[in-house]
Write a protein that binds this ligand. Sequence first.
Ligand SMILES: *Cc1c(COP(=O)(O)O)cnc(C)c1O
Length: 220
Amino acid sequence: MIKNNIDKIKLELPEHVTLVAVSKTKPIEDLQEAYNGGQRIFGENKIQEMVTKYDALPKDIQWHMIGHLQRNKVKYMAHFVDLIHGVDSFKTLTEINKQAKKHNRVINCLLQAHIAEESTKFGLSFNEIETIIASEEINKLENIKVVGLMGMATFTKDKEQLQKEFSSLNTLFINIKNKYSDINILSMGMSGDYKLAIKCGSTMVRIGSSIFGNRNYLAS
Ligand SMILES: *Cc1c(COP(=O)(O)O)cnc(C)c1O
C-alpha cells in the first residue's frame, strides 16, 4: 500500500521536484516499508521522534526536520540531519551552526516564510528573509548553508488563495536565487495542495497522509 502510494505520486512529479515522505507519528514498520520501496528522504516534525527513527533505520536515509524548531534540541540531531526546513530566525541559524561545528559538518537549512493567513503558522516576513540572506553575519556561519525557502499555505480549499500564497513565495525565491547561487530549493506543497504548489514553482514537496494514510494523533 505505502509503496503503491509513493509510486503513484512519483509518477506525477516532474523530474526537478524532490519528494519528502512525511512520516511523523507513523511507526518504524511504515518507514521501513517505504524504504524497501525505494524512498530515501523522510520528514519528521519532532526532533526526539526523528532521533529514535534514525537510530532504528538504515543509515542511507536522508532525514529532514520539517517542524518548528526548539533551539535547545538542535544538538540532538546535529550529527545526522540532512536538511532543516523550518528555520525562522537568525538566532536559530546561529545555534544550528554551533551544533554542526561540534560534528565538523555543514547543515543545509531552508528559511521558513510566513505566507498563510493564519497567524498561528510560523515563519519570517519576506523582508526578514532578504535581510538575513544579505547580511554579513550569515557568511560568518561556516557550518550552515541556506539552500532555499520553505512555506506552508493557509489550510483552505480555496485554490485562488493557495495560488496567491505559493506564487508570492515563488517570486521571492526566484529573485533570491538569481542573486545567490546556493539557493535552489523551494519547499512547498503537502498532500492536499502539492500539485498546485508544483505549478507555482515548488521544487520539493512534503507529503504525509497521501503516502502513509491519515495520522491518528490520539494514539501516538
Ligand atoms: C505534517 C506536515 C506535512 C505533511 O502533511 P500531509 O497533509 O499529511 O501531507 C508537510 N509539511 C509540514 C511542515 C508538516 O508538518
